[in-house]
Design a protein around this ligand. Structure first.
Ligand code: SF4
Length: 592
């Protein structure tokens, strides 16, 4: 354990237990793992039981209680990365580095493994090296990376072109076209009044862009009406495989986001906020901190907001650590409080009992950006776009089999066919809308429209042409859910594992019609009894593909008439023979 840097990390977080995830993330980045001695030091410093600290280390994928390579390479294992050859590329790098996937090299130099979607689906395959994101993996780029690792060049000194990530904005509408200057929306909010602004957000019918679609105005008003010190939280933990539009907003529209959070804070009466930034986007942290600093200097954050002593709002950025479930708002709040990201039972809802039991608004990046523009331009301007129930525009993360992947902004109500035409997709077999927890549609449904009336979406739009095996798409998603289940409730912990096993069994050619029926049964159990949305939707991709692309399953079935059963009497025959028992009491018989 490096004592000097360890002490510096602890002193940055003076005895604050709710910063446990943040502290451990920094220890992991500094030391490459969280050693037992480091865990004890953190427990002593925060006053938390060691078991709690170890429980948190074990929960988050990016924290490790075991030594990792000094260079920790993680390949994204999303379906789009696989479609672009990530598995073969990972094997190539492992050969170059003489290391087995999932293991640490014997000299401790490097480890190579897989991780869930890194938000680089438009320029994959993606990978992380010591937390730094690298797009467009290719044999040539991996050869360069292998040479840098073998030469033990610090990642901070690697050529900048390896880390170059483009925004790939392909279609703009009112959000991406906005030319808002820092402070514009806040000034508008102050001059029109908090009540009026909140009413405008409500009249705009802005619905949360994270997928659930809860009206933002209602959420803000409920929080404003709850007693206590209120908090504003931005959910920048977009982990749904196939989505990456928040990455672009955080990179290029950070002022707009913070403006929206500040408008929210003013209208609900909050002085404190957080941006919960997914660990995969760690590379955006410095630029975001810089934006916060500039806004503080300009009087747009902190005490005396815009020179008014009665107004104050400031926020800090907290890093996630590789847990998809933390995209669920109550799990995110648990993580902010330094705990494992396990979704809470609701009610009570975060708007009344959120961060540290205080009234809390949680919205995602795109929602806050839209709110800033509504505060400035009004509800009518927003409602001009979209449909009655789905007002305004929606950002889509378009990826997969199309020549023009990237970010597309459309008014709600756009058809799937129109998006496919714009991104140049040809010979499309299926589109996965809103990631694996959304819906997979086939060519007969491309007339359908994106919006809460028909196809709700958080933004992922993944295209599959006819060369793709839709069974393998669903199997990848089944592995994803089994990996990301937080393990809190038995139906999901066991059920997602069973689903993965059934899909692997079918892939191996041992599937039967009984297994297909088993998938339906698992779906029923998970929908009825899982604790949160992850469990409720875990079977979606499998059932969607089973219904629409059944031949992809049927061709793997070798035993169409096999009915599983167990012959207990037969299984005991050898034991009976050995013990010399052949009497009636030694047999399994049905009672008459
Ligand atoms: Fe965790 Fe799954 Fe239960 Fe949600 S449904 S609480 S992810 S185990």
């Amino acid at each position: 354990m490096k004592l000097g840097s360890m002490q510096a990390i602890l002193e940055r977080h003076p005895h604050r237990a709710e910063r446990l995830v943040q502290i451990l993330t920094e220890v992991q980045a500094d030391q490459g793992w969280v050693s037992p001695e480091a865990a004890e030091a953190v427990a002593d410093w925060t006053g938390l039981p060691l078991a709690r600290v170890q429980g948190v280390i074990g929960f988050y994928a990016f924290l490790s209680g075991q030594p990792q390579g000094r260079y920790r390479v993680l390949f994204a294992d999303n379906i789009t990365d696989r479609m672009q050859g990530s598995q073969a590329l990972m094997r190539h790098l492992c050969e170059k580095l003489w290391v087995e996937p999932g293991k640490v090299s014997t000299d401790g130099l490097v480890s190579v493994d897989i991780t869930s979607c890194t938000g680089l689906c438009d320029q994959g395959p993606g990978l992380l090296v010591n937390g730094r994101a690298i797009p467009l993996a290719s044999h040539a780029r991996l050869d360069r990376i292998a040479a840098l690792i073998l030469g033990e060049v610090p990642v901070a000194q690697w050529p900048a072109d390896l880390f170059q990530i483009d925004d790939l904005i392909r279609r703009r509408d009112r959000l991406l076209d906005s030319q808002l200057s820092p402070g514009d929306a806040i000034q508008a909010c102050l001059s029109r009044g908090m009540e009026f602004t909140l009413a405008e957000i409500d009249r705009s019918n802005l619905r949360g862009r994270g997928g659930a679609g809860f009206p933002a105005g209602r959420k803000w008003a409920a929080c404003r009406d709850a007693p206590g010190r209120r908090v504003v939280v931005c959910n920048a933990d977009e982990g749904e495989p196939g989505t990456f539009k928040d990455r672009v907003l955080l990179n290029r529209y950070a002022d707009l986001l913070i403006e929206g959070m500040t408008v929210c804070a003013l209208t609900i009466g909050a002085a404190e906020g957080f941006i919960y930034l997914r660990g995969e986007y760690r590379y955006l942290l410095e630029a975001l901190e810089q934006t916060l600093a500039e806004r503080r200097s300009a009087g747009l954050l902190g005490a005396n907001l815009l020179g008014r002593p009665d107004l104050a709002f400031d926020l800090e950025i907290r890093l996630g650590a590789g847990a998809y479930v933390c995209g669920e708002e109550s799990a995110l709040i648990e993580s902010l409080e330094g705990k494992r990201g396990i979704p809470r039972s609701r009610p009570p809802f975060p708007v009344t009992h959120g961060y540290l039991g205080r009234p809390t608004v949680v919205n995602n990046v795109e929602t806050f950006c839209a709110a800033a523009l509504i505060a400035l331009n009004g509800a009518a301007w927003w409602r001009e776009a979209g449909t009655a129930q789905s007002t305004g525009t929606k950002l889509l993360s378009v990826a997969g089999d199309c020549p023009r992947p990237g970010i597309y902004e459309y008014p709600f109500g756009v058809s799937v066919r129109e998006v496919l035409a714009d991104c140049g997709a040809q010979d499309t077999q299926a589109v996965q809308i809103s990631g694996p927890s959304g819906v997979c549609i086939d060519a007969g449904e491309f007339h359908r429209r994106l919006g809460f009336e028909d196809l709700p979406t958080a933004g992922a739009f993944t295209v599959f042409d006819h060369s793709r095996d839709m069974f393998e798409v669903a199997r990848n998603f089944a592995h994803f859910f089994a990996h990301e289940s937080c393990g809190f409730c038995t139906p999901c912990r066991v059920g997602t594992g069973m689903l993965k096993n059934v899909m692997d069994k079918i892939a191996a050619g041992h599937g039967t019609p009984y297994d297909l029926a088993e998938i339906e049964r698992l779906d029923t159990v998970l929908r009825m009894s899982a604790h949160c949305g992850l469990g409720h939707t875990a079977c979606n991709p499998t059932l969607d593909t089973l219904r629409r692309f059944r031949p992809a399953y049927a061709k793997r079935m070798k035993h169409l008439d096999f009915a599983p059963a167990f012959d207990l009497d037969g299984a005991l025959a050898a034991a009976r023979q050995m013990t010399g028992r052949d009497d009636a009491g030694a047999h399994i018989r049905e009672e008459a």
